[in-house]
Design a protein around this ligand. Structure first.
Ligand SMILES: [Zn+2]
Length: 432
């Protein structure tokens, strides 16, 4: 007897060999997809009738600082440097591990609601992030964000905390949690430190998550200090590889694009954050043409200001079209690949596709809505017309986290109430 059967769905498998299945069935047993097709002989404890809905792989958010959800709307419409140095950093100095736990629970709730099944995170007090992820039932690749600013003592301490986190939490939460090393960026970490972190990651066989060329200021800093951009600098210290998840990659030359593609680096494109902070535009279509693995992320909630990956997909497509003045670039199916298959590849998880043997990580999108009627092309609607609010069910690792719009793995009101209390306490601490 299987655990769950989902029937009567329009299945967007994202499997290039299978294509879409109209009126299909998915059978889930334990944490994986046992069968997918047009019918089944299996019976199950639970039957979900998805008539009038789309069943698809859940979305993968490849760059987030979930704890920062507590800063949603805290500081908007500012220069990045002013935003970071005069608002975010002073606020973060007052942030407790309890606030980060509250913020991450809120983030997990929002992600489950809007169809995200996994995310990559980099932040402080990452052990509390892991706790929130474990309890919420979502999947995540977590890293402790390390900054040494060229201070040897700080570098030792940061690597110690980062390594302890990697070892303690890898494989936790029934295997839903994986860990990564998170050196913050090439302009906040020293050359020696980046070399040490890469060596440690290779030794521990885990991936790396880093911000790269988010701003023109980073590009100028690297040129001034090292006579080259971050891409060439990281190539010079043997940092690049398929084990690296590089967020942003906005300020790239054609030569940089070649390097990133050649080394199989995973690039997390964060269009809304880049637009809101006026950081620039990542050359996504050029990267894809060069063969690079480009995926999507929301970044932290303080620069977005939500975690809705449907909005991220739509924005990615629109931004690329207007910036290249070519409406044919980044069509809907390509954007869906970025948010599913490519994201899963970047995190090294067996998700992003509905296929036998893959993780049972999927979502149901209710298409019986005015703004999704009529339907000529399902992929088009998912990217250009739908939003996270249209997701009615979210399943991760074979567990139903939300059904018929009701979140089952968390007490929604409690999560919201605690986040509100945390934000109020934080403001009073900042103002004192
Ligand atoms: Zn970031």
């Amino acid at each position: 007897m299987a655990d769950i059967i989902i029937k009567n769905a329009y299945i967007l498998t994202m499997d290039p060999d299978a294509g879409d299945i109209e009126n299909g069935v998915v059978v889930i047993e334990n944490s994986t997809i046992k069968e997918i097709g047009t019918s089944t002989e299996c019976s199950a404890d639970k039957i979900i009738d998805a008539k009038g809905s789309v069943l698809m792989p859940g979305l993968v958010n490849t760059h987030c600082h979930a704890g920062m959800t507590i800063f949603r709307g805290y500081a908007d419409d500012m220069q990045l440097q002013d935003w970071l140095e005069n608002h975010i950093w002073p606020a973060e100095a007052k942030l407790t591990d309890e606030d980060i736990y509250a913020g991450t629970r809120l983030a997990c709730l929002e992600m489950i609601r809007s169809g995200t099944i996994a995310f990559a995170d980099m932040y402080i007090h990452e052990n509390r992030v892991a706790q929130a992820v474990d309890e919420a039932g979502i999947r995540a690749a977590l890293s402790y964000g390390m900054i040494d600013f060229g201070d040897k003592e700080k570098a030792d301490k940061e690597l110690e905390v980062g390594t302890a986190f990697v070892k303690e939490f890898n494989g936790k939460g029934d295997g839903r949690i994986t860990t990564m090393y998170g050196p913050h960026a090439p302009n906040t970490c020293s050359r020696d430190f980046l070399i040490r972190v890469k060596e440690q990651a290779v030794k521990d066989n885990v991936k790396l998550h880093i911000h790269v060329l988010e701003t023109e200021a980073e590009l100028n800093y690297m040129k001034e200090n090292f006579g080259m951009c971050s891409i060439h600098f990281l190539k010079g210290i043997d940092f690049w590889g398929t084990d690296v998840l590089a967020a942003h990659c906005v300020w790239l030359s054609d030569g940089d694009i070649k390097i990133l593609a050649e080394y199989g680096v995973n690039i997390s494109h964060n269009p809304i954050s880049n637009m809101k902070l006026a950081s620039g535009i990542c050359p996504v279509s050029k990267l894809i043409d060069a063969g690079a693995n480009v995926c999507l992320g929301t970044d932290g909630c303080a620069s977005n200001n939500n975690l809705d990956m449907f909005e991220e997909m739509r924005t990615a497509a629109l931004l690329q079209k207007v910036s290249t003045m070519d409406p044919t670039v980044l069509p809907a199916r390509k954007v869906l690949e970025m948010a599913t298959i490519n994201g899963a590849k970047a995190l090294g998880i067996n998700s992003g596709m509905l296929k036998e043997g893959y993780n049972a990580d999927m979502i149901i999108v209710d298409m019986n809505r005015a703004h999704l009627t009529p339907v000529y092309d399902v992929a088009s609607h998912l990217v250009y017309a739908a939003s996270g609010k249209d997701v009615s069910a979210t399943i991760v690792n074979g567990k139903v986290l939300m059904e018929d719009g009701k979140v089952l793995s968390m007490d929604e009101q409690e999560v919201i109430d605690i986040a509100v209390k945390s934000s109020k306490d934080l403001i009073s601490k900042i103002n004192n």
